[in-house]
Design a protein around this ligand. Sequence first.
Ligand code: BGC
Length: 753
Amino acid sequence: MPKLRLGIRSNSRRIGPAIYLAGLLALGSASVTPAQESSQPWMDARRNPSERAELVLKELTLDEKIALLHGNGMPHVPKWQMPLTSLGNGGAGYVEGIPRLGIPPIVISDAAYGVRGGGDNGRYATALPSSLAAASSWDADLACEYGAQIGRELRNQGFNMTLGGGVDLTRDPRNGRSFEYAGEDPLLAGTVVGNLMKCEQAQHVIGDIKHYAMNDQETGRNIVNVVVSKRAMQESDLLAFHIAIDIAKPGAVMCSYNRVNGTYACENSYLLRDVLKHDWAFPGFVISDWGGTHSTSKAINAGLDQEQPMADFFGPKLKEAVEASTVPMSAIDDSARRVLLAEFASGIVDHPAAKGVPDVAAGLDTAQKIEEQSIVLLKNRDAVLPLVNSQARPQVNSIAVIGGHADVGMISGGGSAQVDPPGGNAIMPPGQGATHWQDHVWFPTSPLKALRAEMPASKISFDSGQDLAAAVNLAKSADVAIVFAYQWQAEGMDLPNLSLPDGQDALIAKVAAANRHTIVVLETGTAVTMPWADDVAAIVEAWYAGSSGHVALAKVLTGQVSPSAKLAMTFPKSEQDLPQVDIPALAPEDAGQGTGVENGETHTASKYSVSYDEGAKVGYKWYESQHKQVLFPFGFGLSYTTYAYSGLKVGGEGEHRTATVTITNTGSRTGTEIAQVYVTLPDAAGESYQRLAGWQRVGLKAGESKAITVAIDPRVLQVFDESGGWKLLPGNYTVGTGPSSAATTLKAQFQVN
Ligand code: BGC
């Protein structure tokens, strides 16, 4: 058991375990029969989860303890005989329960933006917009709805553990999993993912936050050594994890594939023992990424608790290590206790998952609501949008919808995050009847049809964009042209660059030249470059839009919903501006899914390392400190109305500060503004950039003003001193507020003595 020390220690900013458990305690409550009370006292839900875990632990044999510390294969790579109820259902993993003691098996599914593909098993899941999209709403309550929706559907399908909760920062927008994460800022990403996972776990599934840590690229993910200073990690990437873990109090944290400063994350005692378990007092279990375990004694002694999906290191070898005294029994007890604690605390013992019928309609409503608040309006020249009742333009009689398969659907993100579309892929790959890991999966959510439904009086025509001349002709004939553009991403591969693929830049340029009212709708999982940005009238970032993305998009385009979202990541002008300009091309054995090992030999490429010399300057902090112009800055997003900021005042003392500012809706429509507060630290911090310190979503009617007070997060005011821990530096702090990271024109200062 982690030592129970209560309260927050200033240097390491620990989560008090009591607070942690109190959050989880609320999740489990069920009555027990008198018989159970006497023979199985751990089944009494009135006892606290740690006490219950301890009572069970006392009953376990060594084999039973070890059974809790590894998985039993995956559906397509079975190692041992698995119950059909679990892996037969297409999950990612399975951990034996202890039936004689009433401890259920852990039945695990991926669930990044919905419950992972189950089409082959006849399962249905709602696809929510990507996590990056949801992060663009900057809305903790919406993130909570996101997680709760997934949690309910996991249980409906018989799962009791999720593998969602990705919170790696976007150090490189080419990272193939950017869409699974929540952008480039630790406070925003940690808050969104933390709230998402808190509410997912509240549905009685074991929660998970991943991939801990520095898993910021897919290139060579199994071999790459990430070189980064402790200060940089603590102030950026680890801070995102800490905030998310603090809010969600997840049962599990998944360690990542890569190495960090020379040691694999899943056997890295700095990350697992020192930071996660000691400094943050994380009482749950560390689960390996799938195949991310590399040793037995070293890994468990460093803080790994459970190997997945097999038992290569944490099965018979672990037992031998205990018998040979290279792993102490206390380590086995600690790991088993952590797994049991997560089971009791999340409520999966008291509330066993039972298959049920998902509420499909409710899922679609949630997906639509989230997407409406996630779509970012990046440009709107002459108020070309909205299409209906725009004050700036007459009624639109004809619209040319071009490209992006907008007649049949919208694209989704791939890899282990993939959610299956109902009925199959809207664009079936040639020769295949089912979808595979590397197929581009299109949901049958046609924006063309959704737009036609919203604008029955307009003539809306479609051209695929395959033939440039035909697309240009259609664009010329219409009042407005809308070009749909996509960029597919998936786990296991990074994007070679940030350009739209398949000649889409040329298509957009041609259409823009043919029609002054050209609107581009992007379906992307990350930033893209836009050589045509100056030439088009409007740009709408719809992300991977989920099961109701088409409806949400049509509501935004027609103006029933005024866009309010803001970018959770910078859109750079070019790859040349990134901290790492080149991503190397590795041999297939090393790149992506490769393990760097062939015929038992480790490749030289396994010496591959990436130095994050930009340190804590992730995203906007990098561009700002390097004075690089960007295409669209972090925090940027327009709406159909306009806002003004005035009267900034700073209150509070020491590290507990607030920023009060008045926001006025200066336009003619109701809208919601995401007002942002940034802080620049004193010179002694050696930083030439701002840090996001807080924000508030403010709903305002036309002409209305509201004074809002934003609490400045104290964690953002501190620096990490590698010898002394967290410190608040004395000196002058500058607070800036405004509508984006690049527009913090209202400034105020405060002094710390
Ligand atoms: C991914 C994890 C995922 C796991 C199980 C791994 O390849 O990195 O994110 O949860 O597979 O599917």
